[in-house]
Design a protein around this ligand. Structure first.
Ligand code: EPU
Length: 292
């Protein structure tokens, strides 16, 4: 395909994705692109559309399971200064879609701006966080978001203001192809207070979740008013295994992939967990992670 020749500076073929995801599993992307600026990005989006090549956005890889057979089409990855800058002006933080959520949280705290600190420890990028409205019990990213600049599926840059933005538990109206950057309006507070709050949140999280393992955060969404982790534990699934994949003993909504595990192991374990919870407790669980 001459797409490769035309975009050779930043598009590669048959690119392994496994080490770009937190599970470290799965096959390659048919095409993989790291555009260096908005012009390259929009030109590529328009070209893929013209050639009917499906496009997916990979953020930090912390909420994605790539199937063993890999991904057909184009996988876009936004790296570099053009997509990951963070700027603070008064109470407004502007961050690129490729910026790490953790960097944005720590910048806000350092600048004495409150709101995002409950998101401490959540991996991934701003684009990924907005796409799935990342959050914790203390709040979510959507409640602080006042504007987003996106690229639509047809390759047009567009602004989404407060009236267009709707966020709910792990869902967002920002379902456009690319989230280029976003603005967050925060509240003034003392950096010392914020740091304390952030540390407290981090300690609680570390005590209850198997962080630092080959995992991808919570597998299932919490069904209304219930905890998926608790349901999975009640269904006796802690420690359940398929091949090299195991349901965490520490928190049942996490799956740990050992060395040698495959994506198929994880997928079978997800199916097993879902059907056992349905059978024993009558609750249908829905996955939170994206399966590519
Ligand atoms: N629980 C169990 N067994 C388990 C796990 C949890 O009984 O194996 C119980 C806990 O004892 C507690 C309740 O379930 O009473 C809730 O557990 P926890 O406080 O760990 O919170 P969660 O609802 O499981 C949610 C988010 C996490 C987020 C934490 C903390 C979802 C699916 N999960 O977990 O987000 O970090 O709150 O704010 O919304 C993620 O989305 O990937 C994620 C990790």
């Amino acid at each position: 395909m001459n797409l490769l020749a035309d975009f050779e500076q930043f598009v590669r073929q048959a690119e392994p994705l496994r080490d770009r995801t937190w599970f470290h599993l799965g096959g390659p992307a048919e095409f993989f692109a790291e555009p260096r600026n908005e012009e390259e990005l929009t030109a590529l989006v328009i070209r893929c559309r013209a050639e009917s090549l499906p496009i997916r956005l990979l953020g930090g890889g912390s909420n994605v399971l790539v199937r063993d057979e890999g991904v057909r089409g184009m996988v876009l990855h936004l790296t570099g200064e053009a997509f990951s800058g963070i700027h603070v002006s008064g109470r407004t933080v502007t961050a690129g879609g490729g910026a790490k959520l953790g960097h944005v949280v720590s910048t806000a705290v350092r600048e004495g701006l409150a709101g995002l600190e409950p998101l401490v420890g959540i991996p991934g990028t701003i684009g990924g966080a907005l796409h799935g409205n990342a959050g914790s019990r203390g709040g979510d990213i959507g409640q602080w978001t006042t504007q987003a600049t996106v690229i639509t599926r047809s390759g047009k840059i567009a602004e989404r203001g407060r009236v267009d933005l709707e966020f709910a538990y792990r869902s967002s109206s920002l379902d456009e192809l690319v989230i280029l950057r976003a603005k967050f309006e925060l509240e003034e507070d003392s950096p010392e207070e914020l740091t304390k709050r952030m540390q407290k949140e981090w300690i609680t999280r570390k005590a209850s979740q198997p962080l630092g393992h080959q995992s991808a955060g919570c597998i299932f969404k919490n069904p209304r008013g219930m905890s998926a982790g608790m349901l999975l534990e009640q269904a006796g699934l802690k420690g359940a295994r398929v091949g090299g994949a195991e349901i965490s003993q520490r928190h049942a909504n996490f799956i740990i992939a050992e060395n040698g595990a495959t994506s198929a192991d994880v997928l079978k374990l997800i199916d097993l967990a879902r059907s056992r919870v349905a059978e024993r407790l009558g609750v249908e669980l829905e996955t939170e992670i994206e399966i590519w």
